[in-house]
Design a protein around this ligand. Structure first.
Ligand code: ADP
Ligand code: ADP
Length: 234
């Protein structure tokens, strides 16, 4: 029942005459409600892996599959469509639109939606879900860092994704606020079966993960349990 599987995934970049092998034949699997932390030094391939998991890019070699379908077989338009359906994104710097209220920010990914009333209800439900039922009409400026990240998380869930990719989600938050975001992640996993994959430099975040993928120079270092060993779903 894997949402995403990677088999012998290699990613190379060409810059002029140089080839950089950013990922060197790694395996991974993401199951519903997994919580996986990707850690590793700068340049080890974390962003590259996150881009592949987010269907923003395809591997040079090996295969990434979304629910059993090899993403390399999708057209670009198809890949974009499937990404929007299956995957939500959260970032260190929130990326909220300052001129929109919390509610409007959450609705944003569905701006061209044909059922705006349903979207509005869903957005309100999500903001209540993340503890911001009393902040619907507040602008990002009027919210704390933790509240902004909650809005961003609510926005990432508007299309009911199976997977949430969080790039340094606690990077701009103090420890207590970061712990609140982690608690929210736990609720989302338990109650909505959302799988969460995070790139993090915060040790306390990695400690909460079911599995830690430790990337070193494009390979996964064995740290006991890894994303490749089938320990998902536990
Ligand atoms: P991290 O996120 O761990 O810092 P990255 O995935 O960004 O690592 O980078 C892994 C390696 O791939 C690095 O050597 C980086 O310079 C290289 N790289 C990443 N993206 C590109 C790109 N678009 N073009 C060329 N090289 C890249
Ligand atoms: P982070 O601190 O989040 O790991 P990086 O600087 O590693 O940020 O990468 C941010 C983005 O920049 C990556 O997604 C990658 O596509 C791009 N990038 C990283 N290294 C290079 C590079 N050497 N050349 C071109 N693009 C790169």
């Amino acid at each position: 029942d894997l949402i995403l599987r990677g088999e012998d995934v290699t990613k190379e970049y060409q810059t002029g005459t140089q080839t950089v092998r950013a990922l060197k034949g790694i395996d991974f699997g993401i199951a519903p409600s997994d919580f996986v932390a990707i850690v590793g030094p700068s340049g080890s391939g974390k962003s590259t892996l996150l881009n592949l998991l987010g269907l923003l890019d395809v591997p040079t070699d090996g295969a990434v599959s979304l629910r059993g379908q090899d993403v390399s077989t999708f057209s670009d338009a198809d890949r974009t469509r499937k990404r929007k359906r299956a995957i939500g994104f959260v970032f260190q710097s929130f990326y909220l639109i300052p001129t929109l209220t919390a509610l409007e920010n959450v609705e944003m990914p569905r701006m061209l939606d044909k059922t705006p009333v349903k979207t509005r209800e869903r957005a309100k439900t999500l903001l209540r879900r993340v503890g911001l039922g009393d902040r619907l009409d507040h602008y990002p400026d009027e919210l704390s860092g933790g509240q902004k990240q909650r809005v961003a998380i609510a926005r990432s869930l508007i299309n009911d994704p199976a997977l949430l990719l969080a790039d340094e989600p606690t990077g701009n938050l103090d420890r207590d606020t970061g712990d609140e975001i982690l608690a929210l992640f736990d609720e989302l996993r338990a109650e909505e079966d959302v799988a969460i994959v995070t790139v993090t430099h915060d040790a306390y975040v990695a400690e909460e993960a079911d599995r830690v993928v430790n990337l070193v120079d494009g390979v996964i270092e064995d740290a006991g349990e890894t994303a490749a060993d089938g320990g998902h779903g536990a």
